[in-house]
Design a protein around this ligand. Sequence first.
Ligand code: AMP
Length: 399
Amino acid sequence: MKILVINCGSSSLKYQLIDSNTEEALASGICDRIGIDGELKYQPAGCEKNVTKVAIPNHEVAVKLLLEALTNEKNGVIKSLDEIQAVGHRVVHGGEKFSSSVIIDEEVLTQIEECVELAPIHNPSNIVGIKVIQNIMPGVPNVGVFDTAFHQTMPKKAYMYGLPLKYYDKYKIRRYGFHGTSHSFVSKRACEFCGLDPKNSKIIVCHLGGGASISAVLNGESIDTSMGLTPLEGMVMGTRCGNIDATIVEFLMSKENMTIEQVMDILNKKSGVLGITNGFSSDFRDLNDAAEAGDELADLAMEAFSYSAAKYIGGYIMSMHGVDAIVFTAGIGENDHIVRDKITSYFDYLGVEINPEVSKSRGKEVMLSTPDSKVKVCVIPTNEELAIARETVILVNNI
Ligand code: AMP
């Protein structure tokens, strides 16, 4: 089955065409700068990436362009659109309505629309993507795969904030968690890789990318995670502040004479390691290089990032009464051995031992811990698109 996977943002649309039999991407790319000017990136598997500057005024044009690229006589990977049997959509927020992926019908679309107030930046773009596909490819089933769904198994004690109950009752203000597709995919694969029974396992997944979140996965179910009502909560991230004293918001508004929107923009886009390095970079490759050259702020930013991750891991070991495996994934988790080493160094008391011969490994599945280590530590590359394609196939096969 050929599955088109769509990840629609406000000004970008990432896509992959996946053959579910081989689980390989036949082609992938991104329509970028939608509504600004426009750029189409298209890469058939094993070939060079094509980058075309082309006007992309809206998401409808973006979808038409990517479908044209996929079927293009010169370097397309399918002969006709009829070969696409289903479309899987990443949907950021499913609120409490969605604890698993679903076939999208009118009722589901309405429910996703009802979640817009919980994710006003992300969900509207996801909805646009779904509607455009419904228009252009009528009759092709669409599946919604939610970032929040995997964490719906969290117990109430983990997801309730210490706020007046009426705000949960009225507005469903609670911890939801994100990156669920990745936490689910990686924790399942980690069990296979480490030889653990998923039904009897204690896994901590560290999804460390531009956005970063940590989850505690007990017997295959998420029981806690670091992100909250929105992806702003949790550890120190690339540009997001993570947990801070809420009073800082009021303090900055009054001292700097800023609006709430300005403060929120700072907390989301100008904080994290970017903020700590005084605006230098949120990219860990830059931080690694700068720290090695003696830049103290870059080193401090990596230390703060790693320390905040370690505190969550430590907390989740307590939540699960132990841990079988600590798993690293996403851009930083898969590639940055300096950060991984900083984080794992906090767990030497647990008997964590890292094998120096593989500790610098990049971008591939690897057991980082020694055979004698009391806790397994490994890298499992995430593949959210493949996870979305798998979910889509399961649901479409059950129609
Ligand atoms: P993601 O959101 O998963 O795409 O991850 C993006 C983050 O991964 C950025 O902060 C990158 O700097 C970081 N990253 C990617 N490659 C490397 C690398 N080789 N070393 C360190 N960090 C990396």
